[in-house]
Design a protein around this ligand. Structure first.
Ligand SMILES: *Cc1c(COP(=O)(O)O)cnc(C)c1O
Length: 342
């Protein structure tokens, strides 16, 4: 593994595209996956009739690799993302990427770009974005005959430069994200397209995140546009919605385990909207930021105050510190979540 590249301002890196050495690419044709290719150019050429362009045959994943305290480079739970992309591929009639091929591809592309994994201590990481798209031309509605699987990587900075920062959220009753038997539980780009309009509305009105209720009744909490929901109850339980239209977040799955390890009770069950005001803390959970505390939630003309905007609930802080400690190698990885790149 290479040392971090000289001349990059790691401390000021944000969350955006930057040039690296290469991405990894495979194509699926005649029933099988090709050998990997490492491609330098970030552009991709495809047929104008590609099914990803016309009918949204597309899915993706988000994963992080970390340079640990002891110098090792590890990828956090890529096997879980592999399994999730497998399920998403099946749901969208695309050829699933075998789990081993997916994990090996993650390791190979990180290895080829190891000098872009930020130094330990800067709070940065390497973000991996696996992408599976239909690239064969398909004009009659049907699955395409050719597919491309790629993993893009980029160094990203610490999201919280001075500690966890609570945000406000909003619920809109005018727009839904995912229907009960729809695609909310798989990671397709279309789910993001479905939430962009509301997201822009929220952002311009001063809410960085929007929370969705179940599309059918608007009575139960589901998740934020791009992250899962969790609340800390008065009795100290970690409560997270159980719903078929919520995306199973790897971050949430990991935090649930960490909570159990710390002796915190985990409740995975339907969460009525009316319960929000009884939580001591609420958080949004996802790979990009791990935990974002939410201090108040607005729905129409009502504002639900949850916590002090300047104070992070100690349980959220502890969960955050533990997950980050495992990722950066300062806390023992008892569940073997970190896959070393050699
Ligand atoms: C990706 C995603 C999440 C977060 O999942 P992680 O595996 O924790 O990154 C949550 N909700 C939605 C809708 C997502 O697409």
């Amino acid at each position: 593994m290479k040392a971090p590249k000289k001349g990059i301002k790691w401390e000021t890196l944000g969350f955006g595209f930057s040039d690296v050495n290469c991405h990894i690419r495979f194509t699926w044709k005649n029933g099988k996956w090709s050998k990997p290719r490492f491609v330098k150019e970030p552009e991709i050429t495809m047929h104008i009739g590609a099914s990803c362009l016309h009918y949204g045959q597309e899915c993706f994943e988000g994963i992080k690799a970390f340079r640990q305290k002891n110098g090792k480079i590890v990828i956090f739970r890529p096997d879980e993302n592999a399994k999730r992309m497998y399920r998403t591929a099946e749901r969208t009639c695309m050829p699933p990427v075998p789990v081993d091929m997916f994990v090996d591809a993650c390791k190979a592309v990180v290895k080829r770009n190891s000098e872009f994994v930020p130094p330990y201590g800067t709070g940065g990481s390497m973000y991996l974005r696996p992408l599976l798209i239909g690239t064969g031309p398909q004009i009659g509605v049907a699955p395409a005959a050719e597919y491309t699987f790629m993993i893009m990587v980029m160094p990203v900075g610490a999201y919280y430069k001075g500690g966890l920062k609570p945000v406000r959220a909003v619920i809109f009753d005018d727009w839904d994200r995912a229907a009960p038997n729809g695609m909310g539980d798989v990671k397709v780009g279309g789910n993001y397209a479905a939430s962009l309009y509301a997201h822009e509305k929220a952002k311009h009105a001063g809410w960085p995140v929007e929370l969705y209720l179940d599309a059918k009744t608007h009575k139960y909490v589901e998740e934020f546009a791009t992250s899962n929901f969790a609340g800390i109850s008065k009795s100290g339980s970690y409560v997270t919605p159980d719903s078929k239209s919520v995306l199973p977040s790897v971050t949430n799955m990991s935090i649930k385990q960490v909570a159990e390890d710390l002796g915190i009770k985990v409740e995975c069950r339907p969460v009525p909207f009316t319960e929000i005001r009884r939580f001591e803390a609420v958080a949004a959970l996802g790979t990009a930021v791990v935990i974002t505390p939410v201090y108040e939630i607005t729905r129409a003309d009502k504002v639900i105050k949850i916590s002090d905007p300047d104070v992070v609930h100690p349980v959220l802080q502890k969960l955050y510190d533990t997950v980050q400690g495992i990722q950066y190698g300062t806390i023992k990885d008892t569940h073997n979540w970190c896959f070393e790149v050699k």
